[in-house]
Ligand binder design. Structure first.
Ligand code: NAP
Length: 216
């Protein structure tokens, strides 16, 4: 991985994605964003390219991946994901296209209430998922299906999953670090910053960890 890979961003108009796109451009990356509504994107920059489209529409993935070194997915639509696994369907099309294009790296943002492949959530998180967070159940099941697919069928791709525990869009609370055992309630900007750092971290390849604030 080069130090400044060219990035394709999915979900760039979302709460994490807006911060991620800005941070990536500030750090010197070329960024292509696929957006259903390009006007929602707050960043403007000479190295930013915006392509209009939907992940469940008719996409030319080969054109989208042309010149791209790494893909970052921060997609979510809880209502649609209750009906069908939108993200899994998309990732199953994206990965073969990445192979064709020679795009090797992929970061996928899931949630802390989505279990990593081959693991079970701790009891307290299972209770949260099945009660107060119940309206997001489709999103968690979709995220888990993505992780299973990546783990079982895409180990030739340098993927990493961030099982984020986001709480608010407040200011930064510090630096999030990868953790297999702890998940902090972070802010969107800290999760976006974590995603950018983790994308460039070879030791994160084939992990589906959470993130936690560094102890002060
Ligand atoms: N929000 C949280 O508290 C939280 C906590 C933990 C984990 N997560 C995970 O992080 C992921 C991102 O969350 P977020 O809160 O940052 O996202 P968000 O604000 O809900 O935004 C979702 C993004 O996905 C895009 N999108 C949805 N359907 C699309 C489609 N068919 N084609 C193209 N783009 C589409 C949206 O585009 P539009 O602007 O066009 O709608 C938007 O950019 C979620 O999947 C979730 O699993 C979120």
């Amino acid at each position: 991985m080069t130090t400044h890979p060219s990035l394709l961003v999915l979900g760039g108009t979302g709460q994490t994605g807006q911060h991620f796109t800005r941070l990536a451009l500030e750090a010197g990356h070329r960024v292509r964003v696929l957006a259903r509504t390009p006007g929602k994107l707050r960043s403007t920059h000479p190295e930013l390219e915006v392509v209009q489209g939907s992940v469940d529409g008719d996409l030319d993935l080969d054109a989208l991946l042309d010149g791209i070194d790494a893909v970052v997915i921060m997609l979510g639509n809880a209502a649609a994901q209750r009906e069908r696994q939108v993200n899994t369907t998309f990732v199953r099309l994206l990965v073969p296209a990445m192979r064709r294009a020679g795009t090797r790296r992929l970061l996928y943002q899931a949630g802390g209430l989505s279990a990593a492949p081959g693991t079970r959530l701790p009891l307290v998180l299972r209770l949260v998922r099945n009660t107060i967070a119940r309206s997001y159940i489709g999103q968690h099941e979709d995220n888990e299906a993505v992780m299973r697919y990546l783990d079982q069928d895409a180990r030739d791709i340098e993927w990493m999953v961030h099982r984020a525990g986001i709480g608010s869009d407040g200011p930064s609370k510090g630096e999030l670090r990868r953790s297999s055992s702890r998940i902090s309630i972070g802010t969107f900007v800290d999760c976006a910053s974590y995603n950018l750092r983790t994308l460039l971290d070879d030791s994160a390849v084939h992990t589906a960890d959470g993130s936690t604030y560094r102890r002060r």
